[in-house]
Design a protein around this ligand. Sequence first.
Ligand SMILES: CC(C)(COP(=O)(O)OP(=O)(O)OC[C@H]1O[C@@H](n2cnc3c(N)ncnc32)[C@H](O)[C@@H]1OP(=O)(O)O)[C@@H](O)C(=O)NCCC(=O)NCCS
Length: 177
Amino acid sequence: MELVRPAVVYKDSFIEALREYQHDNDFTHRSLAYKKLSVEDVEAAFESFVETELSYANGENLPDGYVPCTELWLVDNDVFLGRASIRHRLTEKLTRIGGHIGYDIRPSKRHLGYGNMILKLVLEKAQGLGLSRVLLTSDIRNVGSRKIIEKNGGVLENQIPNPEMGHDALRFWIEIK
Ligand SMILES: CC(C)(COP(=O)(O)OP(=O)(O)OC[C@H]1O[C@@H](n2cnc3c(N)ncnc32)[C@H](O)[C@@H]1OP(=O)(O)O)[C@@H](O)C(=O)NCCC(=O)NCCS
């Protein structure tokens, strides 16, 4: 298992995963974004989808208000298991909700330990990007994510309202050693 940059070789399992996300009812920002994508469109233009994902790290093609971010995929051989983003810096909005790191595991591969694994590997990559202390935020309802963050050294700073979700968010810092 490894954390890699998006690549065309993972097309088949990424498309399968995208279908899973479309039927899932979690509430994170990225899962909601994946739900809005047309699987057929992504499949037909997968090369350009991957190029766009890669270009975010150079600050290209970013949606409004986004900062440069490195997209990473957790894979086992050619099978896509999950994804993560490392935001290179915080904005005012990300400092409240969002933080440096977002991650998720595809619905059919949850509860197998991959969530703990992806964050461990992402922290190593974040260090490689020059980050020594990272912020992660999590919806208070997200019991699994809280466990993952705390298992990886997360220290709770505070709990704040998140009007967009209608539920509080928890803000954690992780010192990368
Ligand atoms: C949160 C998420 C990443 C967990 O991934 P996962 O691969 O199922 O996590 P793991 O199997 O490594 O489990 C990690 C821990 O959380 C617990 N856990 C996972 N999902 C849980 C849930 N829904 N409710 C309660 N506990 C949960 C596991 O039991 C495990 O506990 P343990 O370490 O004490 O054994 C996954 O559910 C997901 O992708 N959700 C949608 C996106 C998301 O919430 N991302 C996080 C944003 S901060």
